[in-house]
Write a protein that binds this ligand. Sequence first.
Ligand SMILES: *[C@@H]1O[C@H](CO)[C@@H](O)[C@H](O)[C@H]1NC(C)=O
Ligand SMILES: *[C@@H]1O[C@H](CO)[C@@H](O)[C@H](O)[C@H]1NC(C)=O
Length: 398
Amino acid sequence: MNFEESKRKRNSNRRKLNECTRLVASITVAILFGFCIGASFPLFSPSKIKLIAPIDTYLWDKNSGQRILNVISTTSDISKEVHNHDDPSKIWVSSNPRGAERLPPAIVAAESDLYPRRLFGKPSEDLTTKPKYLVTFTVGQNQKSNIDKAVKKFSENFTILLFHYDDKITEWDEYEWSKRAIHISVTKQTKWWYAKRFLHPDIVAPYDFVFIWDEDLGVDNFNAEEYIKLVRKHGLEISQPGLDPSSRGLTWQMTRRREDREVHKETEERPGWCSDPHLPPCAGFVEIMAPVFSREAWRCVWHLIQNDLVHGWGLDFALQKCVEPAHEKIGVVDAQWIVHQGLPSLGNQGQAENGKQPWQGVRERCQSEWKMFRERVSNAEVEYYKSTGVDPLNVTTH
Ligand SMILES: *[C@@H]1O[C@H](CO)[C@@H](O)[C@H](O)[C@H]1NC(C)=O
Ligand SMILES: *[C@@H]1O[C@H](CO)[C@@H](O)[C@H](O)[C@H]1NC(C)=O
């Protein structure tokens, strides 16, 4: 080793030493910094978490500790769930909603509501009432006065939600109730498109019943509170008011109002229309113009609605898949009845194409959606039974 060489080596060693010193210095700073953080949030210190049982990792907050403990003692098997995860110092609760497993259960807000709140004051005092029912109308301003009449048939126990398909919202300001209503505006969409996007079961969870109604209904002989009393009395999970015989497009016997009773759950159709007296359209059947769903039934029906089949045709025949037994839990309320006015609305909002009127394109789309929906449902069932090894022909349909 000559002089030049050894000098280079010494220099390089010194550089390394300098780098080491710097590294040690920054580690020290980091430790000090970490210590400061640990000191200011003692319960949150990582070393502490490792030393205590996994269940206690929830208790990082002294103040909420009591509340959390209560939840844990009433929730079964949570500690087991936590142990399932590899690293016990990390929260993992597989019974939490999907995607929220890393959160301590007591902080998870899995459901919401449509109750407007104030911007000030105590949150606990924001809500003077919590309506138990929800009614939605899909509206354009041409049907304004009709909707005004309809809304007045729903008491203060209802949240009112309007889906606007014509971009006109301020036009509704003239009505006092409009101030407490919720307005959602998306151009030229259908009732089922809105329902799928804005009425997720976890959002409308506080409501015992959800009314998803068209805008062209005559409600002179309808009262919503009375309606709900009958629905509860007769155990209807899915229902609609009877349709006055003067209604436009009264297609099915099932939804025609009977004058001699409060409620009916089955009917007779024209010969050959019903393969089974317990199946649609003779039972387990209401139409899609004015349906009312219980919370539980809606949780299922929401999943049945297809994102691309916006008109909802054929949905009425499939509703019976959501309740059991359908011929007892689906029915028509005769004592509170409505008129289907069949006013021109969204159906006219298509596009003139190839010499066809706008309504023709919409009508054709409705029919093709109906066919697609039927095929999807039946394919899905075949696929399911194939996967379970059961012969679909052996399955009882009700
Ligand atoms: C609203 O609900 C409450 C509680 O169920 C009931 O007592 C009241 O009569 C309802 N309001 C109307 C207008 O029916
Ligand atoms: C269908 O039902 C019949 C009579 O109960 C039975 O013998 C047959 O094995 C069933 N088929 C299947 C695929 O389950």
